[in-house]
Write a protein that binds this ligand. Structure first.
Ligand code: ZN
Length: 433
């Protein structure tokens, strides 16, 4: 392997991973796990397949260290559906075109899977002796989250994946703001806390609406109230730190933060806006199944995202206060995410020093992502400091955002190489004796 560069190594591994179709559902991640096991084995790194069902294996590898802090490289091997008719390349071809690797998962997130594997393999070849364990987990089932991947591993095999620090997906975009370059590093996530309103009336024949009590019509003013609600704005530490880094000024309130962000760049305003309050977004409705029957029940499902640290009970109290009393019940659906990690850690210092080395003058900014990733399982189970960071410099952030979960997904080889360098840097900074 002496003549193969890390750049070539990560490119070839990613191309092979893309050719393994792990569309979830059904996933079939075991073939990707086996590919990684064979690759790591060729470089002297032992790994194991841990699976709840045989066809959906997670791969976990470990470079054992002393009793110092441990670092986990986390990733997922499943991908979302690709419709070949929308693509200008085979989504499972792993084609290398104009120094970019094309295929489903190139950005989300087989590119990072490959970079993590190559970082671990190359460190092992060099005889790297970490003072704590370096762990690599390429998990199944992130895109659907049906209980075969990270969540299940944390519950059923905590000793295999427990770590003090973790690098996962979630951010890494390069942003040009106020004349300076910044790289987004995700340190927290909003919480998804959906709920359902079950509005009750009385059924009857639609030809004589007067004798019935139409639950669908009764739901309408409730939906309007939710849609018109202006939530109280709150300044979270991530937003304050982000604006302090970009502008040198610390906003005193969420309103000031939003104003300041918009004055720097519309893009920054868009980034900050979902991070200053919770949201209630009615998205689904269900009432009568027959045109001529007045519905006795109408169910309205509301997507709701809370700020990290905000409890679902608080949001429910707001909804009850907003809607008042009426013929409806509020059903709370399962909440996920909403976790955060500290920004004052050795892993943050590693992000900072890597960004400075990648691009002199550039700095990382902490971001809270409006969605959530598998990081929250690790923060909840082990108190892990988990960041979403895979720097992308060659691909413009707006282009990448359009390609994720969409057609013609691809990743520049330059970014893959940078990714490997970042992960090797993180391991050396956090784990070097
Ligand atoms: Zn992903």
């Amino acid at each position: 392997m002496a003549t193969v560069t890390l750049r070539e190594e990560v490119t070839e591994l990613l191309r092979e991973l893309i050719r393994v179709d792990t569309t979830n559902p059904p996933g079939n991640e075991t073939r990707a796990a086996e590919l990684l096991r064979d690759y790591l084995g060729d470089h002297g790194v032992e790994s194991e397949l841990i699976a709840r069902v045989p066809e959906r294996a997670n791969l976990v590898a470990r470079l054992p260290g002393g009793d110092g802090p441990s670092l986990l490289f986390l990733s997922h091997t499943d991908v979302v559906l690709a419709d070949p008719s929308e693509w200008s390349a085979d989504p499972f071809g792993g084609e290398l075109r104009d120094d970019e690797v094309w295929g489903r998962g190139a950005l989300d997130m087989k590119g990072q899977v490959a970079a993590e594997a190559v970082a671990v393999a190359s460190l092992a070849r060099e005889g790297f002796e970490p003072r704590g364990d370096l762990i690599f987990a390429a998990t199944a089932d992130e895109e659907v989250g049906a209980g075969f991947g990270a969540q299940w591993l944390c519950e059923a095999y905590p000793e295999a994946v427990r770590a003090d620090f973790c690098v996962n997906e979630g951010a890494g975009d390069r942003l040009q703001l106020a004349g300076n370059a910044f790289y987004a590093c995700s340190v927290s996530e909003k919480m998804s806390a959906p709920f359902r309103l079950r509005v009750r009336g009385r059924s009857g024949h639609a030809s004589m609406p007067g004798i019935a009590d139409n639950a669908l019509v009764k739901a309408a003013p409730l939906i309007e109230k939710l849609g018109a609600y202006k939530p109280e704005r709150r300044l979270i530490p991530e937003v304050a730190a982000m604006l302090r880094t970009v502008t040198g000024r610390t906003p005193a309130s969420a309103d000031e933060a939003l104003e300041l962000a918009r004055s720097v760049a519309p893009l920054l305003g868009e980034l900050v806006e979902p991070l200053v309050s919770l949201t209630f977004t009615p998205t689904m409705i269900r009432a009568s199944r027959k045109r001529n029957v007045v519905p006795a029940v109408c169910e309205v499902t509301v997507d709701s995202r809370l700020l990290p640290g905000q409890a679902p009970e608080e949001a429910q109290a707001i909804v009850r206060g907003l809607l008042g009393a009426g013929d409806f019940e509020l059903e709370v659906l399962e909440a996920h995410g909403g976790t955060r990690s500290s920004m004052e850690t050795p892993l943050w210092a590693a992000v900072e020093s890597f960004v400075a080395q990648l691009e002199p003058g550039a700095r990382p900014i902490p971001v809270c992502v409006p969605g959530f990733t598998d990081s929250h399982w690790f923060r909840e189970a082990f108190g892990t400091v988990a960041y979403g960071f895979f720097p992308s410099r060659a691909m413009v952030a707006e282009v990448a955002a359009r390609l994720i979960h969409s057609a013609d997904e691809r990743v520049p080889v330059d970014d893959l190489e940078t990714g490997v360098e970042w992960l090797r840097h993180a391991a050396r900074q956090v784990l070097d004796a």
